[in-house]
Design a protein around this ligand. Sequence first.
Ligand SMILES: C[S@@+](CC[C@H](N)C(=O)[O-])C[C@H]1O[C@@H](n2cnc3c(N)ncnc32)[C@H](O)[C@@H]1O
Length: 452
Amino acid sequence: MKYIQILTTSDSYTDISSGFFGTAQQRFAAYQGLEYKVLDIGKDPAEQGFEVGTYDLIIASNVIHATPELHTTLKNVRKLLQPNGRFFLQELLPSSPQFMHLIMGVLPGWWLGEADGRPNEPIVSIARWTEELKGAGFAGIEAAVFDDEREGFHICANIIARPAATQSNDYQAVTLLYRAEQKDTVFVQEVEKFLVDRGFEVDGCVLGEIPRSSQDIISLLDVDTPFIDDIQEEPFEQFKTLLDSIGTSGILWLTKMVQLGDVEPKHSLFLGLARTIRSELSIPLATLELDTTDAVSYDAIVKVFNKFQKRDISGQIDPDWEFAFSNGKIQIGRYHWIEVTKELALEPANDNIQAVKLEIGQRGLLNSLRWVQYPLQELGPNDVVVDPRCVGINFKVSHSWRKLSGDAKSIRIFLSRWELSTMKVLDLVLKAQGSSVRLVLKSNISRLETDT
Ligand SMILES: C[S@@+](CC[C@H](N)C(=O)[O-])C[C@H]1O[C@@H](n2cnc3c(N)ncnc32)[C@H](O)[C@@H]1O
């Protein structure tokens, strides 16, 4: 619930009866924007005033089995979800202890599924959920996690499902962009074959040619040698012409690792350029960093490209633009906002914190700044403890952070939004020294200051 609250502007808490709302309202009192609405999920939600095709996440905890027809109910859930949404289904399992029958069996609602092939109990197996979900327009079960690892001890399953991709004569096309000398390389040919085998119609386009309009592009320009580093005038002009003629197409730009693991700094130039192009020209340009360009990466390329093609640039949450395929996993970088007061409340108190103070070795020499241990004095009767929760930092003090990070394993830094650039600098310094930086962002720094 916490993350739903953070990420969305509206959530709905529903039940067939409003009788549960009072308790729920108390339980979720801290969450603003949660609306309580009656919904019979066994009936068409559109007719009950719900906007179909808009929900990012639907959570149903032991509700679906309580409806007369699983098929109809799941179709209604599917109707509410947006195409990239997720359905989190928590359901009792048939292997659940039989006491459930003793408790629930006296209620008429327990037997509602009798005509739905559930005469002895309303709950069904994972195999049946798979079939029911598929029949209702989901892509089967994406993940099922049981509440007990031991076979025969499960009571509940946590199931995640997503809508099936629309098969409606989907015409999938892509332009592969490369330099003339790359055309006959194994990588280009194999990526092309992989895409064709996955049902794509593939157009090749050499840099300097105008790609087909309204068709997304996968760029291979940066997969072997860095494209921007030491770029000559001609390819640079060709690249600018490409951007001018791109129309509504987007580009998925393959490159080497620039943010994770063994990075290739010369390739990271494009990462910065891509961010600028996105923000200044509004061109959908995503990057995919690859730690390998062999067969293992082809599947990742297609998966990321499929996601890229479904981007929703009008949504409230920015689409993911930066991907990295590293050690067999596709990774994305995301910050989630969390208020510092809440974050601090989650942290266990650390009694072993050593006090340090900043000492200047030689006045005027930033390099001589150093952190030294500072033994805490016993408090006197008129002493006041000041417990600072945030400090302002800027580029000038990065030297002192560098010194501090020499010993520290992790450092927490509280930042306002506009100090992010400083963070990047510190991040580089600290990472280079093997420290892990815990980044805590806070949008309203003035409130933080009154906390201190
Ligand atoms: C077993 S309780 C689960 C309650 C709660 N979700 C939990 O996990 O503790 C089943 C819930 O499903 C609700 N329910 C039953 N039929 C429903 C329907 N057709 N549409 C929406 N909710 C329904 C009931 O009112 C009840 O709150």
